[in-house]
Design a protein around this ligand. Structure first.
Ligand code: GLU
Length: 478
């Protein structure tokens, strides 16, 4: 059975590139009716934070990625947090030590520094020179007596390492110049490479799908798998996600965390869809996929070898597409936190107001790009407009005040206050007076909303209602 994992280190918010790694693992698992595991790689005590673990979990859930085993839900192969598995790594390390596959290295920092410098001088590759590989018993007991601490290093065999990467094809690790590397640090904590392999082995991971940035670790992983006598999983290294300038996606390119996009008002479905296209695609140029379609269509063979470019504009376009296609009720629900943040609604919203806000949103739904725009777009429905000075001077003068005054009487006399009637009456008025519609509509829109742009003028007036509309115009012309 296919078993894959996403193994974030909780040292920051979930990055878009990592979210894509999680997504591809998830899609692969679902497509193959396998299991998707979440593992938290928190052995770096200094940099790992519980808050980040929680944030990563929350953001993955927000995107719509669910896992079958993980630190929050447990599972047969737990614990799923590396910090809770230290004893397991120790046990493996001790066994390897007994078997003579790893050895204790007592070299001090200074000695290692010197080895590096010497190698550099001689034009040799950097790395460990194997000095402690064959220490005599006497030397060992001398070091022990001195109370020197030690690390455990793997005896790297001289062999060619190659894999058949499911995305990159045959990868031969030549000239990697691997030297005996550390698997356990002097404080008894495993190195990243060791912990990853022990976990992948014990958690019965069949496919390691991760970013290409880990490709350079893979030969080390292979050697560790071999050292513990484990069968190798399949490897698939996904291309990196770059910014528009083709450098690795980073803060320089603006927001890179999923959290930031969530707070900007992106819909999870849009985000899910967009990141699935980062380095993956079907042969057709299709871009809009539901989750079910993606599960159905996903395959590693369709992952591109070339780097993916993160295109914010495309994501924005996709988001507005999803906003247009989503039912109004849902857009309303999702807009609530944004409206609250701008103090436009209270904690409790009665049914009538809810309907009113929904109608306001629906007038703009075609235009909304992110939910964060909703408060601004409908603000004047919920509070008195602020009239910008410059436009006021342009649009409100003796002539337009007269027009608006006449519009007030027209509006007051409309019984069926529906946009069709309102429009008809106002257009009739323009015709009768020989006025250009724009000379009437612009000041009217401004008087009612405080803006020069906005939703359909008559729909807006209908929703605002006769009383409010008249009151606003009067306030401005008197
Ligand atoms: N913890 C690693 C990271 O956050 C992932 C390791 C792996 O996928 O093998 O980059």
């Amino acid at each position: 059975m296919v078993r894959v994992r996403f193994a974030p280190s909780p040292t920051g918010f979930l990055h878009i590139g990592n979210a894509r790694t999680a997504l591809f693992n998830y899609l692969f698992a679902r497509k193959n009716k396998g299991k998707f595991i979440l593992r938290i790689e928190d052995t770096d005590k200094e940099r790992s934070k519980k808050e980040y673990e929680e944030a990563i979990i929350e953001d993955l859930k927000w995107i719509g990625i669910e896992w079958d085993e993980g630190p929050d839900i447990g599972g047969e192969y737990g614990p799923y947090r590396q910090s809770e598995r230290i004893d397991i790594y120790k046990e493996f390390a001790e066994k390897l030590l007994k078997e003579g596959i790893v050895y204790k290295c007592y070299c001090t920092k200074e000695e290692l520094e010197k080895t590096r410098e010497d190698a550099q001088k001689k034009g040799l590759p950097p790395g460990y020179d194997g000095k402690c590989r064959n220490l005599t018993k006497e030397k060992i007991s001398q070091y022990e007596k001195e109370g020197r601490s030690f690390v455990l290093r793997l005896k790297v065999p001289e062999e060619k390492i190659e894999i058949n990467d499911l995305i990159r094809g045959k990868v031969i690790f030549e000239g990697e110049n691997l030297t005996d590397f550390v698997i356990m640090k002097s404080d008894g904590v495993p190195t990243f490479n060791f912990a990853v392999v022990i976990d992948d082995y014990l958690m019965k991971i069949t496919h390691v799908i991760r970013g290409e940035d880990h490709l350079s670790n893979t030969p080390k992983h292979i050697l560790i798998f071999k050292a513990i006598g484990a069968k190798l999983p399949f490897f698939a290294h996904m291309s990196m996600t770059l910014g528009p300038d083709r450098t690795r996606l980073s803060k320089r390119h603006g927001a890179t965390s999923v959290r930031a996009y969530r707070e900007e008002g992106y819909l999870p479905e849009a985000f899910f869809n967009y990141i699935s296209l980062l380095g993956w695609g079907t042969t057709e140029s299709k871009e809009i996929f539901t989750k079910e379609e993606l599960i159905e269509e996903f395959s590693l063979e369709r992952c591109h070898k070339a780097s993916a470019i993160f295109d914010k504009e495309k994501l924005l376009w996709m988001n507005s597409y999803y906003i247009r296609k989503t039912e109004l009720d849902k857009i309303y629900q999702l807009s609530i936190p944004f409206l609250k943040k701008e103090n436009l609604i209270e904690d409790m919203v009665d049914k009538e107001k809810e309907e009113y806000i929904k109608r306001a949103i629906s007038l703009e739904q075609e235009k909304i790009k992110t939910l964060k725009e909703v408060p601004f777009l409908i603000e004047f429905f919920l509070k008195e407009p602020e009239y910008e000075k410059e436009n006021y001077e342009k649009l409100i003068n003796y002539g337009t005040k007269k027009i608006l005054g006449e519009i007030v009487s027209i509006l007051e006399n409309i019984d069926n206050f529906k946009k069709e009637d309102i429009e008809k009456k106002i257009r009739d008025y323009c015709r009768e007076k020989g006025l250009k519609t724009s000379d009437v509509f612009h000041p009217l829109r401004f008087a009612v909303s405080g803006r020069t742009k906005g939703p359909d003028l008559f729909g807006m007036i209908e929703l605002l209602g006769k009383e409010k509309t008249v009151e606003r115009i009067k306030k401005l012309v008197i």
